[in-house]
Design a protein around this ligand. Structure first.
Ligand code: BEZ
Length: 271
């Protein structure tokens, strides 16, 4: 391993996704969102914004209940795949911190997206509140406090041991506790009506390759500037470090911890 190799300190662009790989190997992301739809409970004629719609599968399910959906994502590849999966639905390339809508939605739904929004989290919650009708609901699930804690530990330890140092600034994720997120929601005009933080160990496809596939797909930012054999060595070291906790009978598990919330836009905002 070349310990002197410089590591690019710039995180990669978070909106460059491989949508095909996402649909093929990480389809659990939308299938696990299915029971979140029950919390949203969309009705005929309602207008719903699917924030971070990815390749569109959950937007499509929402329309199945008779609601009208607009799906937004800031990754061009995801929007393009969503259009090709469901040509009759409305998908738009938009960033969650600058929504182009007025106060027009009965509900905003978001699955497995908000943990990607770290520095703009307040702005995003304010935008969600702005585009909801008074009394409208915000139903979301994303990674909460402790999410992928073992994977992150393994990455930091392997980078340290390889002489790269573990620059925590490279960590792109926001995994709040219930208390932290409740304060944020209240500050931006919501009333929290439901919150739950719970572990959901999630099996990864592809047997022995499952964890490295996950890291390649979602955690590439930690390895910017490291390639080839050096990166393969790091991946193998991470696997060694977390195997006893995350590998069972030929399958890797991601140590997900989900934060689920329902928040209602206050009818009167009194700061
Ligand atoms: C998650 O769904 O919790 C997650 C996915 C990718 C990276 C980090 C967290």
């Amino acid at each position: 391993m070349n310990k002197n190799q410089p590591i690019n300190s710039q995180p990669p662009s978070l909106n460059e996704w491989n949508a095909e790989l996402y649909d093929k190997k990480h389809s659990f992301v939308s299938s696990l969102g299915l029971d979140l739809l029950e919390l949203l409970s969309p009705h005929k004629g309602e207008k719903i914004l699917d924030l971070g719609c990815g390749t569109g599968h959950l937007s499509y399910k929402i329309t199945g209940k008779g609601a009208k959906v607009i799906g937004i994502d800031n990754a061009p590849a995801m929007i393009s795949q969503a259009h090709s999966n469901y040509p009759n639905l409305d998908f738009q390339l938009q960033s969650a911190d600058h929504l182009s809508f007025q106060q027009q939605f009965d509900g905003v739904f978001s699955n497995a997206t908000l943990h990607w929004i770290k520095s703009e989290k307040e702005k995003v919650v304010a935008e969600i509140c702005r585009v909801l009708k008074p009394g409208g609901r915000f139903v979301a699930e994303f990674g909460g406090k402790g999410n992928v804690g073992e994977i992150v530990r393994g990455i930091y330890e392997a980078l340290d041991a390889g002489g790269y140092g573990s620059n925590k600034e490279l960590n792109p994720w926001y995994f709040p506790s219930i208390g932290e997120y409740a304060s944020l929601l209240e500050k931006e005009g919501f009333e929290l009506s439901f919150a739950r933080l719970f572990p959901r160990p999630t099996p990864l496809a592809d047997g022995e390759k499952g964890l490295r596939n996950w890291i390649e797909m979602f955690a590439g930012c930690f390895f910017e500037g490291i390639s080839g054999e050096d990166k393969l060595n790091l991946l193998a070291d991470i696997e060694d470090r977390v195997r006893s906790k995350l590998y069972q009978n030929g399958t890797w598990f991601a140590d997900y911890k989900r934060l689920r919330i329902i928040a209602l836009k206050q009818l009167i905002v009194n700061n």
